[in-house]
Write a protein that binds this ligand. Structure first.
Ligand SMILES: [Zn+2]
Length: 378
């Protein structure tokens, strides 16, 4: 675990503040800034745990905190803080320890060499696939899938129901694959995991300078080298290119640049290859722009696709819509439908400008628990 001390900022500091707050050591704001309040809380904790009180969170302090990271405070996945790739990794280790029946692996690596983890849960013949955070500033979707994973693990272990369905029955009939964060580098940029003026931050800033109308970093959707990972798939990629070029996205950009060819980016390629290695009956790709479900690609009409979409719409309250023409090419669900002629959906959660505030999380999760459960049954 990364050493934290005064002057550090970002999601890992939020992660620390959140735990110290739950334990009663910290009563400041969860702001991701390691200042005086956080320092005092760490000192207080270190004294109580007979650690050297230096106000620095290194190996020994992290070790003393580990029971609380691993579930002693209740649930593992935090749903009230920024969610970076490091927190994802920590949560996956904790979940695997508590729920050894899940399998965790990697579908590939990001541009910066970070793992893109997958989780496999269940032993059913039917395979389905949920993925999220193609777009950096839509990282709240990673929390949705991780919370669902934890709830499903918990209900399976304790023989309970999830959205009124028996978790054990789902487990026997369906194998769910989850890739909660397709774009870890981009998410880490938007959540502030890269310090301001670090090399990577400055590199992204240079790309952003060509698009001054897009706020930096909050408007960043792309991977770290400025390619939109959901405009990379070989399903009308040339169409996507001409549409986006005509809108001015002709070079690496914080959003909407299709790349110099399909599947040039390791993150999109990893999702593509992972899909080819499986036999997914249905896929959900999570985004966050407006309580909408997109279910079509061109004139393809996969069996059951409309009916399932209508049920998703019913349990979530989201509207089932035709994709607007200008964003109807080269997305993951577009390629999935084209290649397999099976049900594939883009789920757009939440309301407002990205990144959506994490305070919307509970509402978003409640809207989506039905979709995520039914997706494994229908
Ligand atoms: Zn998106």
């Amino acid at each position: 675990m990364k050493t934290l001390k005064v002057g550090c900022t970002g999601p890992m500091v939020e992660f620390l503040q959140n735990i110290l707050q739950k334990l009663g050591y910290y009563n400041g704001k969860i702001d991701g800034i390691y200042g005086k309040n956080t320092y005092n809380a760490v000192l207080f904790f270190q004294r109580n745990f007979r650690l050297i009180p230096d106000g620095i969170v290194g190996n020994n302090t992290w070790n003393s905190l580990s029971p609380y990271i691993n579930g002693a405070l209740g649930f593992i996945v935090p749903t009230n803080i920024s969610y970076s790739s490091s927190i994802l990794e920590i949560n996956l280790n904790s979940l695997k320890r508590l729920y050894p029946f899940i399998e965790i692996g990697s579908i590939g690596k990001s541009v910066l060499g970070k793992n893109i983890p997958y989780i496999k849960i269940g032993r059913g013949e039917k395979e389905i696939f949920y993925s999220a955070s193609y777009h950096a500033n839509e990282w709240i979707t990673s929390v949705v899938l991780m919370k669902f994973l934890e709830d499903y693990c918990y209900t399976y272990k304790n023989n309970l129901t999830i959205f009124n369905y028996s978790a054990r029955q789902i487990f026997e009939t369906t194998t769910i694959y989850i890739v909660p964060m397709v774009n870890p580098d981009g998410v880490d940029l938007v959540t502030g995991d890269f310090a301001k003026n670090s090399d990577i931050y400055n590199y992204a800033k240079q790309i952003s300078n060509y698009y001054p109308q897009i706020p930096f970093t909050s408007g960043w959707k792309a991977n770290i080298r400025g390619v939109d990972l959901n405009l990379q798939f070989p399903a009308g990629w040339q169409m996507a290119k001409s549409i986006k070029y005509s809108q001015g996205y002709i070079r690496p950009a914080p959003r909407d640049f299709v790349g110099f060819g399909p599947l040039t980016e390791p993150e999109s390629l990893a999702v593509y290859n992972f899909t080819l290695q499986h036999n997914f009956r249905l896929i959900l790709a999570y985004h966050s722009q407006g309580k909408t479900i997109y279910w079509q690609y061109q004139n393809y009409n996969p069996k059951d696709s409309l009916e399932i979409g209508e049920q998703f719409s019913y349990v979530s309250g989201y509207t089932l819509e035709e994709t607007p023409y200008n964003s109807s090419f080269a997305g993951y669900k577009d390629w999935f439908i084209q290649n397999y002629n099976r049900p594939g959906y883009t789920i757009e959660v939440g309301d407002g400008e990205n990144p959506l505030p994490i305070s919307q999380f509970n509402e978003i999760y409640n809207d989506n628990i039905g979709i995520l459960t039914l997706g494994s049954i229908l």
